[in-house]
Design a protein around this ligand. Structure first.
Ligand code: MSP
Length: 636
């Protein structure tokens, strides 16, 4: 059986979890769920890094003992992940006794092999980073991460002979070009390796730092934080003799951001080599999430708390946004507005509409039951099936290469194709003619199958949405038991299975209503500028192109006509155009309408939007698009 072991960095407990930590951990979760979908045996590890100066200082600032402090903070991380639908198999803490034992075992092993020596050292030390810097690494004499000048410090310490492994590492990276990915980070590591590598200081005198793991060969010293932290990846799976370790090492996929490339790209490989342990399979490095206030990091404190936004907008929407918005390896901007836009466009409009239209029509035309195979598929049906099958291939190829956003783009192209298919085939027209029932069966069955494929493909990204969709499609399997190969086979839905129409998957997010109202008030207030409005106010008006499907005069009214307008979904609109436009001439016409008006009742009939028209005092002319536009097209 194929196996994969996925890790995140273990996070420092001197700050609460934020979006950066959440991103890496969600990516790891997506990778883990994706490999389960492929039938792999998987193991997913995350945890907390709890020793070192910074943690000791944070505990002191909080006025409690380090152990009490790390227990509390580690607990916050541990409780955060399930709230983001993250299912890790293990949560490691560097204060776990088993971890401490393994760190001491590895240190002793490397010491006994003669790879650790004792020496005096004088250098420039950054307290924030807990490490010595070379002059070359400083920017304007300051630590590049903390923007502070380092302090001069002299110390006798233990050193790991890292320099000895420089040539081996260069050779390893040359013969395993994929080992550090994306390529830009492998190149960055190779650039470091162009300069002579220095030996790595791996200890701190206990009188300066007592909050660490004692060196097994000298208890006047504790272990430097990186030598302790990196070993978590093997201690967590039971190195040296544990069954899990034998099973899972070295098929490991480490996930980190670019901030900790050097320890993972240089210290860790050389440590593994010195300890006689095989090199990891891949180091996967992503970019940084930035907010307007600048990058969010250990030191700058501009932090968006994932838990503040995730429950407001929904966990799945939040996960989708993070994976869709960031190209793995590059930086991305985080903004609430961008999140809302993605929810409204990709989730409510594209996915939500496809699913609700499919189920609503199945309910209406087939009494809520999956129809059997009808007439032979025509060109359009086959094209949609091909599209779905191509999407599965693309998805299968992209995710192992870290192309999460590309996999999602592919799935959304398929969703778009399915929505266009509905518009072209117009099942509501087929439903009017009993002779076309076999054709309608094929069309609805095609749509149900596409929805099933989409539900399976999104399961690693949006597990609860996927589960909801499958349940409503009448698929009995739990998402955890899904298998890509079996469960995306075309035609696997069973005739006669009951589907559940249910509510929309993703209601559109109304932008902050209070803010909106205030802006309207300001815009409407009399004053010299009443004739101009902010772009933002205009953007709040959802203008769409609609196709009039049905029109009938409203009983007892001269002016009103009741319309069914297709804007990607069917809308009922009551318009005051009956005097100038007969129902017959309206059907089939494309119009422009305001789609987000509060519904009103006119002559007792609900109207969900307003058709735009212009009057010159005598006649009324409808505003129409220049050429044929897909119904629902947004006007901007
Ligand atoms: N404890 C070390 C890691 C030891 S691993 C053996 C550490 N901890 S950390 O709390 O600072 O976490 C750093 C990691 O958090 C990054 O590598 C990344 O996974 C995540 N992120 C923190 N801020 C981030 C962003 N602004 N954007 C994206 N991810 C970031 O370093």
């Amino acid at each position: 059986m194929n196996r994969i072991y996925i890790t995140t960095p273990i996070y420092y407990v001197n700050a609460e979890p934020h979006i950066g930590h959440a991103y890496t951990t969600i990516v790891a979760d997506v990778m883990n769920r994706f490999h389960k979908l492929l039938g792999f045996k998987t193991f997913f590890l995350t945890g907390t890094d709890e020793h070192g100066d910074k943690i000791a200082q944070a505990a002191q600032a909080a006025g409690i003992e380090p152990k009490a402090y790390v227990d509390r903070m580690s607990g916050i991380f541990r409780q955060t992940w399930p709230k983001l639908s993250i299912q890790n198999d293990k949560f490691i803490r560097t204060t776990d006794p088993e971890h401490i034992k393994v760190v001491q075992y590895v240190l002793q092993k490397v010491f006994d092999a003669g790879e650790i020596y004792f020496s005096a050292y004088k250098g420039l030390y950054c307290v924030g980073c807990e490490r010595f810097y070379t002059e070359r690494e400083l920017v304007d004499g300051k630590c590049p991460d903390h923007d502070k000048p380092p302090v001069e410090r002299e110390e006798a310490n233990y050193f790991f002979k890292m320099s000895k492994y420089q040539d081996w590492l260069i050779e390893h990276l040359a013969s395993n070009p994929n080992c550090i990915r994306p390529e830009r980070y492998r190149n960055e590591v190779l650039a470091f390796l162009k300069e002579p590598l220095e030996d790595l200081c791996i200890s701190r005198p206990v009188e300066r730092l007592s909050w660490g793991i004692p060196l097994p060969f000298d208890n006047n010293y504790v272990t430097y934080v990186w030598f302790d932290a990196l070993i978590n990846y093997i201690s967590a799976v039971g190195y040296p003799n544990g069954e899990h370790y034998r099973d899972l090492w070295p098929v490991v996929q480490h996930l980190i951001a670019k901030d900790i490339l050097k320890p993972h790209g240089i210290y860790w490989p050389t440590m593994l080599k010195a300890a006689g342990i095989q090199m990891y399979r891949h180091l996967n490095v992503h970019g940084y999430w930035k907010t307007e206030a600048g990058k969010m990091s250990k030191s700058h404190g501009a932090v968006v708390r994932p838990l503040d936004l995730a429950p407001i907008y929904g966990l799945d929407a939040f996960r989708y946004f993070l994976l869709r918005e960031m190209a793995f390896g590059l930086d991305a901007n985080f903004g609430e507005e961008a999140l809302v836009q993605r929810i409204n466009a990709d989730l409510a409009n594209d996915l939500g509409n496809l699913f609700s239209r499919t189920l609503a029509m199945t309910a209406r035309y087939f009494d809520e039951k999956t129809p059997g195979l009808g007439s032979a598929p025509d060109k359009m049906d086959s094209a949609l099936r091909d599209k779905a099958e191509d999407t599965i291939c693309q998805y299968r190829e992209e995710i192992p290469k870290l192309g999460f956003h590309k996999a999602l783009v592919a799935v959304w192209e398929c969703i778009g194709a399915a929505n266009r298919y509905i518009d072209h085939v117009a099942p509501w027209n087929l439903a009017k003619d009993a002779q076309l029932l076999p054709r309608l069966q094929t069309v609805m069955r095609t749509l149900l199958e596409v929805n099933k494929v989409v539900a399976v493909l999104i399961s690693p990204f949006m597990p609860s949405t996927s589960a909801k969709m499958l349940e409503r499609l009448g698929v009995e399997k739990k998402t955890a038991d899904l298998r890509l190969a079996e469960d995306t086979v075309w035609g696997s839905l069973k005739e006669g299975t009951r589907v559940i129409k249910g509510e929309s998957l993703f209601p559109r997010v109304e932008t902050n209503k209070v803010k909106e109202k205030k802006k309207m008030e300001v815009a409407a207030a009399p004053g010299p500028d009443t004739h101009v409005i902010d772009m933002e106010i205009f953007q709040q008006v959802d203008l769409r192109v609609g196709l009039i499907r049905k029109a009938e005069k409203v009983h007892k009214s001269e002016k009103l006509v009741k319309l069914i307008v297709d804007i990607g979904e069917e809308r009922q609109i009551v318009a005051g155009i009956a005097k100038t436009h007969s129902p017959e001439e309206l059907v089939g016409k494309q119009v422009v309408l305001v789609a987000n008006l509060k519904p009103v009742k006119l002559m007792g009939i609900e109207s969900h939007g307003m058709i735009l028209a212009v009057s010159d005092g005598q006649s009324l002319k409808l505003i129409v698009p220049e050429g044929n536009v897909t119904p629902g097209g947004k006007i901007s």
